[in-house]
Design a binder for this molecule. Structure first.
Ligand SMILES: NC(=O)c1ccc[n+]([C@@H]2O[C@H](COP(=O)([O-])OP(=O)(O)OC[C@H]3O[C@@H](n4cnc5c(N)ncnc54)[C@H](OP(=O)(O)O)[C@@H]3O)[C@@H](O)[C@H]2O)c1
Length: 269
């Protein structure tokens, strides 16, 4: 897959509305822009005047997110409707998006499906669909974006994986294994291109209140999406390698990983 050269555009410095500090606007590509977590990040980026290119598969919801970003003060907003399962169209879509943005400082990959674990246990086609959207499609996007950013020796690739990828559990091991694969891929990509000046971020949220978790047992206690987005926007500015959000999940997963398998296999998790 070749990366098409795109012209670079610089954006004027503008005052961040909330902090009053000067903020150099970033050119941000969001893949899966109608995701609850992505939408909350987009609101913050728009408010500080960043430029946004939004990709999502639901045209109506995407139009609402784009209009909201314009209203909040984004310097530039463009969007494209795309089903990101269609990996054959990724190269053309990404080149077009980056051309429209005039370059790319940040790409956020937020697409993902939880899927139906029970159905995936009975039917490999259902399992394969989860693996395709959560692993194959991001791998295709990151292969192109990684090469693009490495050629320019700049950029941040922020990828939403999950704490679910850290240990397989009976309640969601198909989703969990797709995220385990994605985490390993992103970690390896960072090991390859961090030295080229590209920040590659593995983001591992614990449960967050979004459409994905709506109606789940205990969902009222899940993390607030705006608080999660505020942490992510900060971490993306810094280019932190591995982000647990909320941070307490770093400790929780450390404990969960240490439970001996002879005990773990008997738990109902
Ligand atoms: N919420 C959590 O508790 C949690 C925890 C850990 C990790 N994560 C991860 O964080 C990311 C964002 O999740 P979220 O919580 O914001 O859930 P969400 O609101 O359900 O967002 C998922 C997004 O992925 C999009 N998507 C799925 N398949 C796609 C495809 N083939 N092409 C284009 N877009 C596609 C969905 O589009 P449609 O709206 O069109 O369906 C939706 O916008 C996901 O990768 C998820 O696995 C979430």
């Amino acid at each position: 897959m070749s990366t098409t050269p795109v012209p670079e555009r610089t954006l004027p410095l503008r005052k961040a509305r909330k902090s009053g500090a000067a903020h150099a606007p970033k050119r941000i590509l969001v893949l899966g822009a109608t995701s609850g977590i992505a939408e909350a990040c987009i609101r913050l980026w728009a408010e500080r005047g960043d430029s946004l290119y939004l990709v999502g598969r639901n045209a109506d919801r995407l139009a609402v997110v784009a209009a909201d970003a314009r209203t909040r003060g984004a310097t530039f907003v463009d969007s494209a409707v795309a089903n990101l399962d269609d990996t054959g169209k990724h190269a053309e879509m990404l080149a077009h998006a980056i051309n429209s943005l005039g370059g790319m400082d940040v790409a956020l990959l937020a697409l993902g499906v939880l899927g139906d674990q029970g159905e995936a246990e009975r039917n490999f086609v259902a399992a394969s669909q989860i693996l395709h959207t959560n692993f194959n499609a991001p791998v295709s996007l990151l292969t192109w974006l990684g090469n693009y950013a490495a050629q320019r020796k700049a950029g941040t690739l922020a990828v939403l994986s999950s704490v679910a990828g850290e240990r397989g559990r009976k309640s969601n091991y198909v989703y969990g294994s797709s995220k385990a694969g994605l985490t390993a891929f992103v970690d390896g990509l960072r090991n390859r291109i961090d030295r080229e000046g590209v920040r590659v971020m593995t983001i591992k949220p614990g449960p967050v209140k979004t459409a994905m978790t709506e109606g789940m047992k205990g969902s009222a206690k899940f993390a607030d999406v705006d608080a999660v987005a505020a942490s992510l926007v900060k971490a993306i500015d810094k280019g932190t390698d591995v982000v647990y959000v909320p941070e307490i999940w770093r400790v929780i997963m450390c404990v969960i990983r240490m439970i001996p398998e002879r005990v773990f296999k008997k738990l109902n998790l």
